[in-house]
Design a protein around this ligand. Structure first.
Ligand SMILES: NC(=O)c1ccc[n+]([C@@H]2O[C@H](COP(=O)([O-])OP(=O)(O)OC[C@H]3O[C@@H](n4cnc5c(N)ncnc54)[C@H](O)[C@@H]3O)[C@@H](O)[C@H]2O)c1
Length: 309
């Protein structure tokens, strides 16, 4: 399988390339970036590790080198300028992303090719790609709240002093402030979180706040997330490349599950070789359902206000 990472010289792109190299599930990885030399350097550095990792072909290239890719991963994004509003940044990133989609329209890709959107605002960009092409809506996946879910699981595990891989707690909705934790089904290897010794409402609130602020805290300390989002993206790639039918909280164009349609946001989604199959309608409390509808409204507002600055 061949994957192309657009934005491959950046922090998220290069970290993702490394995570995918370590995984060994792909035969070929191409790093595309406007910083051509930086991309060449990243590819060279990764290739030097080939003897110690997996026999993959890793190289830098232009968008035309995405030809024949089974997976296209977009991590290219811009950072906020001083004094810039959130919406101005959204508009600049939307323009950049549409430019990348235009470039991809000119590249021969298999009909089965899948687009993985990592760049922010991930739900907005996922919506645009799913509604504007060139990929079929069922083959456009945003990493969405997969990272928020991983963060919450890790924070719960650290707090309770248990194995993070055994903490099962979903975050759904917008990858942003209106994200919704699904506490009603949270558990540690089958033990309901609400009955776990030492867990209470105050702790729950504190852990949610810490999850919400995690992204900003990482930006403050090191400029932005890299390793954790790379591992989240690897999880999506594994599900697709190995047809694992993994249930992951990822973003896609919604068409009615949980009463939501016409926006892209994260709901539990089965991912396999053909992409999304299907999005699950799950049991949730009234508060959680309302939270998801609120996330949908927030995202609809952003879409309605695009290019109005
Ligand atoms: N979805 C998530 O959970 C999540 C987590 C972390 C970061 N992100 C997002 O990922 C994006 C990248 O973050 P980063 O820290 O890697 O930024 P970065 O600045 O390190 O990397 C971005 C890269 O994109 C490249 N680029 C810009 N325009 C391009 C184009 N038209 N074609 C090809 N490459 C282009 C830049 O040269 C740069 O190398 C941001 O939008 C960020 O918000 C998302």
């Amino acid at each position: 399988m061949k994957a192309t990472i657009i934005g491959g010289a950046g922090r998220v792109g290069s970290n993702t390339a490394f995570a995918l190299q370590m995984d060994g599930t792909l035969a070929e990885i191409v790093l595309v970036d406007v910083l051509r030399e930086q991309a060449q350097g990243e590819a060279l550095d990764l290739r030097h590790g080939a003897a110690l990792a997996a026999p993959q072909r890793i190289r830098a290239g232009g968008c035309e080198d995405a030809a024949g890719s089974d997976l296209v991963i977009v991590t290219a994004g811009l950072r906020r300028k001083p004094d810039e509003s959130r919406l101005e940044l959204v508009n600049r990133n939307v323009a950049l992303f549409r430019g990348i989609l235009d470039d991809l329209r000119r590249v021969p890709l298999p009909e089965s090719a899948i687009l993985i959107v990592v760049a922010n605002p991930v739900d907005v960009l996922t919506y645009l790609a799913a509604t504007e092409g060139p990929f079929a809506p069922g083959r456009v996946i945003g990493t969405g709240t997969l990272l928020d879910t991983a963060r919450l699981r890790s924070l719960v595990a650290e707090d309770l002093g248990v194995d993070a891989t055994q903490v099962d707690a979903l975050v759904l909705g917008e990858h942003g402030d209106s994200m919704v934790p699904i506490w009603s089904s949270a558990a540690v290897n089958g033990v309901p979180l609400r009955s776990f010794p030492g867990f209470d409402a105050a702790k729950q609130q504190a852990l949610l706040e810490a999850t919400r602020k995690s992204g900003a805290e990482v930006i403050r300390l090191k400029g932005g997330a890299g390793y954790s989002i790379a591992l989240a993206t690897r999880e999506v790639v594994r599900a697709l490349a190995l047809d694992r039918r993994s249930v992951l909280p990822v973003s896609s164009l919604q068409a009615g599950a949980m009463g939501i349609s016409g926006v892209a946001l994260s709901l539990p989604t089965v991912l396999g070789a053909r992409g999304i199959a299907p999005v699950l309608d799950i049991a949730a409390s009234d508060e959680e359902r309302d939270g998801l509808l609120n996330s949908a409204r927030v995202l609809r507002d952003t879409l309605d206000n695009l290019n109005k600055t």
